[in-house]
Write a protein that binds this ligand. Structure first.
Ligand SMILES: Cc1ncc(COP(=O)(O)O)c(C=O)c1O
Length: 405
């Protein structure tokens, strides 16, 4: 991949026809090193957030050795990473996938949330005595912008019996949960850790690991979460109150927080109608969450020679390139009034659940790729608060217009 200092500099040499995914590996490394240094336990990466090879390689270089995977193709993606340890945390797996995970990919850690799934894992691993079994419990997702509840998780009534049964078969026993993605209140983690403590006492079992899942937030124009230090303080406080605190390994498996700010997409405006811009990526590309999850992403005009467009004060909506009305990103995306056809825009913070959700609908969904060495528009890490540039400005403007969260 070619390396440029900024999107503008890249565009001085190229006029890309396709949208361009712009990776900032230094942002990814910074986020990962922060988690490894500050989380009081083991940090896994949730492969689903972004499984691009350069992303996985940068994560590994920055200290990630364990990966939460949900499918055989995800195992394929990470298998080349030296000493990678795979955690198969999808609570519903096919029998063949369990067999192949255990035999071909060397997976020893499996999640389950029911007696049926526990039976399946035990049967398809031939009653192996080297398994780490994680019970996924249901928990409230009230503090998250993308709740994941309702699909997986043993209830408080079911969980004690499942734990007891798994304890008898597991080499190591764990509990896992997910507070929902983009959890904007640190107490989300403490509340569920308290619930886990009660479960351990009521089941009367010892557990060897507690995996608190993902959910750690990134920054967006519509969501400015508290600092990640606050999350760590909350987790340490709640974990300290657990009876098993001295014998139990704490784990987390962030996706979004490690990769969101490390990737942007550079798009071209192909038409302007009033305050609506028609661009060459959209809901079925890297911008799914802007169409379907109410997300706003920071945006700036990066066309070389158009630095004098004036202040970013006009609220635009965006349409993606497919012939489908759902390919609509309401935003608002705040840009200079004069932006129009032929301009290129950098849309930031799309590293998590961006490229992985892109599909080939209507013949779109292919990207060029480039590496940039400048700072992302928004960041949760380092001296982020003072360094944020356009992003912070547009965040203020959007607040004025009334924020959803
Ligand atoms: C089991 C599991 N772990 C981790 C994650 C990562 O979550 P996030 O990207 O919110 O950190 C997910 C996301 O849905 C998940 O399903």
């Amino acid at each position: 991949m070619k390396v440029f200092p900024t999107a503008e500099e890249f565009l001085r040499h190229h006029s890309p026809e396709r949208p361009v995914l712009a990776l900032r590996p230094h942002a990814l490394v910074r986020a990962t090193e922060w988690f490894v240094a500050n989380f009081p336990g083991r940090v896994l990466y949730a492969t689903k957030a972004n499984d691009a090879q350069p992303v996985l390689d940068a994560l590994a270089e920055a200290g990630i050795q364990a990966f939460d995977v949900a499918s055989l193709p995800e195992m394929e993606r990470v298998r080349h990473i030296d000493k990678a340890e795979l955690y198969y945390m999808n609570p519903i797996k096919s029998r063949i996938a369990i067999v192949r995970a255990y035999r071909e990919f060397g997976v020893r850690c499996f999640a389950f949330d029911s007696h049926d799934e526990l039976d399946k894992v035990l049967a398809e691993t031939d009653g192996a005595n080297d398994l780490t079994l994680f019970l996924r419990i249901a928990c409230p997702n009230t503090h998250s912008l993308i709740p994941l509840e309702g699909k997986y998780g043993a209830s408080a009534e079911e969980a004690p019996a499942l734990l007891l049964r798994a304890r008898q078969r597991a080499a190591r026993l764990g509990i896992t949960f997910h507070v929902g993605s983009q959890a904007v209140v640190p107490a989300a983690f403490g509340e569920v850790l308290t619930q886990v403590g009660e479960l351990i006492v009521s089941a009367g079992v010892l557990v060897d690991a507690i995996d608190i899942g993902g959910g750690f937030p990134a920054r967006y124009p519509h969501s400015d979460p508290p600092s990640l230090d606050r999350y760590m303080e909350e987790i340490v406080r709640a974990a300290d109150a657990l009876a098993v605190k001295h014998t139990c390994e704490l784990m987390c498996e962030p996706g979004r927080a490690l990769v969101a700010e490390a990737e942007a997409v550079i798009v071209r405006v192909d038409a302007r109608r009033g305050d609506t811009l028609y661009i060459n990526d959209g809901a079925f590309g890297a911008l799914f969450d802007a169409a379907f999850s109410g997300f706003r992403f920071p945006v700036r005009c990066v066309t070389p020679g158009r630095e004098d467009l004036g202040p970013a004060e006009t609220a635009f909506a965006l349409f993606g390139p497919t012939c489908d009305s759902a390919d609509y990103l309401p935003g608002p995306f705040v840009l200079p009034y004069a932006v129009g056809e032929g301009d290129y825009l950098e849309i930031g913070q799309v590293g998590a659940y961006g490229r992985v959700l892109a599909n080939r609908f209507n013949g779109f969904g292919e990207f060029d790729e480039v590496v940039l060495t400048d700072e992302p528009m928004l960041s949760m890490f380092g001296e982020r608060r003072s360094e944020d540039r356009e992003g912070a400005r547009s965040m203020r403007l959007e607040r004025l217009r009334g924020s959803r969260y």
